[in-house]
Design a protein around this ligand. Structure first.
Ligand code: TYD
Length: 209
């Protein structure tokens, strides 16, 4: 199976359990003899660090600049000679990535419009189309519980509204992507860690068939 490496992306709203499930998937795949590399966006490259500074508001960027920074970081994430996704796949490793262009289409797309962000990412020859996107789906209420929100009522309401909007935007993005034959698995993430992990493994093993 190592000669058949896959590129798998995880997306989800905050609190959906991406990190836990990514690590479990890696363990399960490695038990089956499938070599894996886990990676994430924004990356640890200088281009990703610049994004983190902008997200922390240490530097001021326009929404378009942010979308371009995410795209540039993604290009380098694909092509970097040391940690690049293409290099890892060429070495026969399955790549599991925490967030990818679906996040740009959802977050930057909300401000700039879907088409503008799609043009930057989906028509970009440096940016690979994943074999599969796993969307961990959780109700905003449940996700808030998991995040452990201890804010006041107004904050909780704002967060709930934000999570609800983000989840809805992801579903709109997936609707757009239907035309592109993207392989998107919406996984119900409200079960126990092991229940969700089993659902993910079953969906992922399908792409190796
Ligand atoms: P990260 O620090 O990994 O947060 P999380 O734990 O929520 O995944 O991600 C940083 C933030 O960047 C996150 O709020 C989503 C956002 N983001 C975008 O807006 N566009 C993108 O293309 C990517 C990859 C992330």
């Amino acid at each position: 199976m190592n000669n058949n490496p896959k590129f798998i992306v995880f997306e989800g709203i905050d609190g959906a359990g991406k990190t836990t499930q990514i690590n479990l998937l890696r363990e399960e795949l490695e038990k089956l003899g499938i070599l894996c590399e886990v990676t994430a966006e924004p990356t640890e490259l200088p281009s990703g660090k610049a994004i983190r500074r902008a997200l922390a508001k240490e530097v001021d960027k326009t929404p378009l600049e942010m979308a371009e920074m995410f795209t540039f970081d993604r290009e380098l994430h694909n092509t970097d000679a040391k940690i690049g996704i293409k290099k890892m796949l060429a070495e026969g490793k399955t790549v599991i990535c925490d967030r990818y262009y679906y996040s740009s289409l959802a977050y930057q797309g909300t401000v700039l419009g879907y088409d503008a962000v799609a043009k930057l990412n989906l028509e970009n020859p440096k940016i690979l189309k994943p074999d599969m996107c796993i969307f961990l789906d959780l109700s905003p209420e449940e996700s808030l519980k998991r995040i452990g929100n201890r804010g006041n009522t107004v904050e909780i309401y704002e967060n709930l509204e934000y999570l609800t909007r983000t989840r809805k935007t992801f579903f709109e993005v997936f609707e757009h992507l239907r035309k592109r034959e993207e392989n998107i698995a919406i996984i119900n993430a409200c079960g126990s860690i092991s229940e969700v992990s089993s659902l993910i493994l079953a969906a992922v093993l399908d792409v190796y068939k």
